[in-house]
Design a protein around this ligand. Structure first.
Ligand SMILES: Nc1ncnc2c1ncn2[C@@H]1O[C@H](COP(=O)(O)OP(=O)(O)OP(=O)(O)O)[C@@H](O)[C@H]1O
Length: 256
């Protein structure tokens, strides 16, 4: 099977710091790939390079076999790479429906199906409600509720539903459970698995080993700006993974 998304020899320097040092990366179709690594290992820089938030100094990235290079995350999103950051790009004062359709608003149609310069609110609300229901998020009662009135888990839910709703080819989640309590984290983990069951592959950046080991199909261990190894969580313990990422243990035989 070919990876849906892969990168070869990615390099990114910030002045004298080499954040990505000839880094390779592979995401297989339909999988949940966790990316783990110590603080400063270069995980965020890797996903920023993939999603167009930073421009790599070297290397190549391919999506569905086609070479890509995005000037911004908005461009990446148009091509199907959706990133949900820890600090979510949502407008707190706007409603759930408005946030879900931000930048992709539905317009009313007039005579002969011509689009008018008027938002089709009922259609947006209906579609938003359907998407949230599909993802088991209808504990949210009112689609017109402002996002600022939601809990952290519900906000993550809206962000992931937004990503899943628009035909994303890949969803990148950056520390989705970091700011959440136990119950909320559980919801988000269930949702991640639900998104996977829809065939959408996920890149999950997380420091939370139990969460990583619970949902990941494979784990990319990142160390000193590059991929140290990729492990199957069924074959290793959490302490092995931490030992690989901190350098306390050498990478398993046969890995790069
Ligand atoms: N905008 C920037 N300017 C200068 N240096 C940067 C910048 N962004 C990241 N770095 C440096 O690049 C290296 C990799 O950082 P990055 O944020 O990618 O690591 P990380 O693995 O995501 O870390 P963490 O787990 O702490 O979020 C670090 O040394 C960091 O200080």
């Amino acid at each position: 099977m070919e990876p849906i998304l892969y990168a070869r020899n990615l390099v990114k320097r910030y002045g004298r710091v080499t954040a990505l040092d000839n880094c390779d990366f592979d995401l297989m179709p339909g999988e949940i790939l966790a990316v783990i690594g110590d603080n400063g290992a270069g995980k965020s820089t890797l996903i920023k390079a993939i999603s167009g938030a930073v421009q790599p100094d070297g290397g190549e990235i391919f999506l569905e076999g086609k070479k890509i290079g995005f000037a911004s995350p908005i461009e990446a999103r148009k091509e199907g790479i959706e990133t949900v950051y820890q600090t979510l790009a949502m407008s707190p004062a706007l409603s759930i429906a408005d946030n879900m359709f931000m930048g992709r608003e539905l317009l009313k149609k007039g005579f002969r199906g011509k689009f008018l310069r008027q938002l089709d609110r009922p259609a947006m609300e209906k579609a938003a409600r359907e998407k949230l229901t599909e993802l088991g998020l209808m504990t949210i009662q009112n689609i017109n509720q402002a996002v600022e009135t939601l809990s952290g888990g519900q906000r993550q839910g809206v962000a992931v539903a937004r990503a899943a709703a628009f035909g994303s080819k890949v969803i990148i989640l950056d520390e989705p459970t970091a700011a959440l309590g136990v119950k909320e984290s559980r919801k988000v983990l269930e949702m991640i698995q639900d998104v996977k069951s829809r065939g959408i592959p996920i890149i999950l950046i997380s420091h939370n080993m139990p969460h990583v080991f619970e949902v990941a199909d494979r784990i990319h261990v990142h160390r000193l700006g590059k991929r140290l190894c990729v492990i199957d969580p069924k074959d290793y313990t959490m302490s092995d993974a931490v030992a690989f990422m901190t350098g306390a243990k050498d990478a398993p035989e046969g890995s790069e």
